[in-house]
Design a binder for this molecule. Sequence first.
Ligand code: GTR
Length: 394
Amino acid sequence: MRKIFIVLLASVLLSFELIAQNYDESKVPSYILPDVLESQNKMKIANVKDWESIRRPEILALFEENVYGIMPKKFDNSNFKIKNENKLSMNGKAHLKELEISVSNNNQTVIINLVLFVPTRAKKPAATFLLINNRGKNNTSPTRDTISGFWPAEQVIDAGYAVAAFHVNDAAPDDKNNYRNGVLRLYPEQLKADNGMKAIGAWAWAASRIMDYFEKDKDVDASKVILTGHSRGGKASLWAAAQDTRFAMCVTNCSGNTGAALSRRRFGETVKVINTTFPHWFADNYKKFNDNESALPLDQHMLVSLIAPRPVYVTNASEDLWADPVGTFKSVKEAEKVYELYNVKSGLPQSIPAINMPFVKPPLAYHIREGKHDMTFYDWAQFIKTADLYFNRQ
Ligand code: GTR
């Protein structure tokens, strides 16, 4: 009886890939990371000009082709409409605007809803945190009936920043049977291509459409937008900030596999697991690297590098080994090379900082918070410190 139970348990765990994951540092395979500063035809990149004209476009194209899919740049038109406004929300501390941003292409229209609070007392136009919300819409409620650390709008307003959010499902429902029902209706050719974008590409695309709107709103300082995302939203915030240099800073919270963590370490979540559990996130081409990370012409340190010289804030949580904190920190350290090209000095320590010891100084900020996979008031307090330092607001 006991034997049958064990066999059954093992097969259940195996089918969910629960026992295939490695959480043991000594079992991390040896690997060689692609050199972020060597082009595909073996040219050494030693200055900003070669980085921006040769290697950076090459790496962007590699991520499009192999991981996130093509990022469409064109559309027929876009409009925005204020649906609701309250100049005295949060007891007069903030001016609320609820907007519909509609974008059309291929005779199809997608509507992305935006919630935006602008501080009434701070100077305007205001630096703005924009969250890609991958959790319940109640987290970014305009009425503030729910207050959570996931999007602590009051805390951000009190710090003198505007705070905005859109929900991923407006751009591409986070569901393998339904993700086509959003931005992808505008780009049907993407669905047929092996390098076509899927949900995470669509979320990143939507962040850029919000930026188009910010450029027109005189209350928002579009040159000071901090794109923020947690976990799957943090994968999208990195990809969007890599693509769209209008984002001044990026926060990628617990983004893990195919976010900030190195894929080649195969620690916690792997490429195969993510592609199997979430077949609707990445381009079909990415599946070629299931259990075959060493064949990738890139790794995630190169995604962080694409954001240089702009600041990136990367986090982990102590109980979230699934997202590989050590591999995340190593990835950020590797990206330092590209910041150095710009003469922007990273002060990150050599190895991962202790739990709850945030390193907030831009350009590369990092902390590992005690606790679970989440985004909290504590995390946001650190993001604000980095933004304050970067924008000289302390
Ligand atoms: C997990 C997934 C992670 C991360 C997370 C989240 O199930 O494996 O890559 O994206 O979901 O978004 O919270």
